[in-house]
Design a protein around this ligand. Structure first.
Ligand code: NAD
Length: 489
């Protein structure tokens, strides 16, 4: 089955035959996709076997040289056609996104718009980024040579994605890889495969060369991608990332891992308290807290603690939670699945049992996988809500004596994805930023680094290896550098 056929069956939102349960012994033939807010079955996709994945990758290898030969300018034309397709299909794509995530409409609209912006950046700049370099020889031994570095794409890049942004996550890594001249096998999360299939449908519909294929399935299908592609770009949990790294080392193929986080927000006493209380409520609750760079813990200097907590709690309490159709009516939707609800519930319950106080929220609500936006205080680093990634709508807040204590506690984590610092003094904010063990720091803001593709996005510690984007590195990472020396005379 090729990606176009998959797309037609899945994007047509085919209903699963009733009672198609599978025994534990054999791999399931189909995966059911459900709207977590309503429980409704919204589609099924095949769980593809290792052989099917290997066959798709062999096919991609046949078409990749032509794609590479188009050059960056030729590829740009196709990428910009895909951008047009995303614009023309935004409302439909948001429908599909909502069907498999139960996100509010406003959040669902972000994926296609973000995708368009990113495509514009890499389609237009990849040519420059991939141009040969000619470093000047530093040594007398090389002075009689002309030095050249060329960038040759890996034939097939495997992109494996999680469920939190079912269209944006694939786009953010598929596009730079395609722009580099590689073919791409995309393995979306089994929780939200429909949006990724839409992307492949769009690629086929504009008539682009068949260098993008989607493999649907769970971990085994992902493992087959890891076992056959030439470069692995993975986004997901730290636990899965470690398995993938081990498999890549075994094959000696390069990889980049964008993993979990436990992002701290530091609110200093000189901060604009209203701005911080709004920004942090948004940073913690956007997408129901299911963002790798969500604010997951807050450290507030003592003099402003009471006022900040009161304002944050009021902002979080004011959020509207529920199921949107095409109307924009809510701020917070459902969690992705029961597993996520269980994690959030455990973190809150363990904290409360150890003496934490819930200022708002704190429990499951409604019919689907909804958890109330929650603010917790009287928490400390012995609690799971502070030490483990929650990936849900919770904001635990800690009072600190001073800046030094805030920095020390912020750095007391196995993770190091991103962080934020809130202060009336931007220079002080930068000084604090430089002391933090995190791949990105936003001053008086959240998520700003995500809209700056010129910056690398990568985690430190258990949050990852390597980075996506970062201007030229965003496409060069998908290439092997070749060094050529040529006599000048
Ligand atoms: P996950 O690790 O469970 O799954 C991610 C993907 O890996 C899925 O497609 C899954 O099918 C696949 N997979 C599972 N086992 C595999 C294996 N053995 N070999 C190959 N592929 C395999 O993660 P999730 O629950 O889907 O996503 C949530 C996590 O993703 C959170 O930890 C979050 O922080 C992280 N995340 C990180 C970033 C980032 O940029 N750093 C962005 C978004 C999400």
């Amino acid at each position: 089955e090729n990606s176009v056929t998959n797309t037609e069956s899945a994007a047509g939102i085919e209903q699963a035959p009733a009672g198609r349960a599978t025994s534990k012994a054999e791999a399931p033939a189909v995966i059911e996709v459900r709207n977590p807010g309503t429980g409704e079955l919204v589609g099924t996709v095949p769980a593809q076997s290792a052989d099917e994945v290997a066959a798709k990758i062999r096919e991609l290898r046949l078409y990749q040289p032509e794609w590479e030969a188009l050059g960056a300018d030729g590829r740009k034309e196709w990428l910009l056609k895909l951008q047009d397709w995303l614009i023309d299909n935004t409302e439909h794509l948001a429908d599909v996104l909502q069907s498999e995530t139960s996100k509010p409409r406003a959040d669902a609209l972000i994926d296609p718009s973000f995708g368009c912006d990113l495509i514009g950046y890499y389609a237009r700049r990849a040519g420059g980024f991939l141009t040969d370099d000619h470093p000047s020889p530093h040594s007398p031994l090389a002075r009689v040579k002309k030095l050249t570095v060329t960038y040759k794409p890996y034939p097939v890049v495997g992109v494996i994605t999680p469920w939190n942004f079912p269209l944006a996550m694939p786009i953010m890594d598929v596009i730079p890889a395609l722009a580099a001249g590689a073919a791409v096998i995309l393995k979306p999360s089994e929780v939200t495969p429909l949006s990724a299939l839409e992307l492949a449908r769009g690629w086929a519909e504009i008539g682009a060369p068949p260098v993008l294929a989607v493999a649907t399935g769970a971990g085994e299908t992902g493992a087959a991608v890891v076992g056959n592609a030439d470069y692995i770009q993975f986004t997901g949990s730290t636990a899965t990332g470690k398995k993938i790294a081990a498999a890549c080392v075994e094959r000696l193929v390069p990889y980049s891992l964008e993993l979990g986080g436990k992002d701290p927000a530091i609110v200093l006493a000189d901060a604009d308290i209203d701005r911080a209380a709004h920004g942090i409520a948004f940073g913690g609750m956007f997408n129901a807290g299911q963002v790798c760079i969500s604010v997951e813990r807050v450290y507030v200097e003592a003099p402003i603690y009471d006022e900040f907590v009161a304002k944050l709690t009021a902002n979080v309490r004011a959020l509207r939670q529920g199921i949107d159709g095409r109307e924009i009516a809510h701020d917070v939707g459902a969690l992705a699945n029961e597993n996520q609800v269980a994690i959030v519930q455990r973190h809150v319950e363990e904290a409360v049992a150890a003496g934490a106080k819930v200022l708002t929220g704190g429990k499951r609500t409604g019919q689907g996988t909804f958890f109330e936006p929650t603010v917790l205080v009287d928490v400390d680093h012995s609690m799971s809500c502070i030490s483990e990634e929650t990936f849900g709508p919770t904001l635990p807040v800690v009072k600190v004596a001073d800046e030094a204590e805030a920095v020390r506690l912020a750095n007391d984590s196995i993770y190091g994805l991103s962080a934020s610092v809130w202060t009336g003094d931007k220079e002080r904010g930068e000084r604090v930023a430089r002391q933090l063990t995190a791949g990105a720091v936003n001053i008086n803001d959240v998520f700003a680094n995500l809209f700056s593709y010129a910056l690398p996005m990568g985690g430190w510690g258990q949050s990852g290896v390597g980075a996506r984007w970062g201007g030229a590195n965003g496409v060069r990472k998908y290439c092997r550098a070749q060094a050529i020396t040529k006599p000048i005379l």
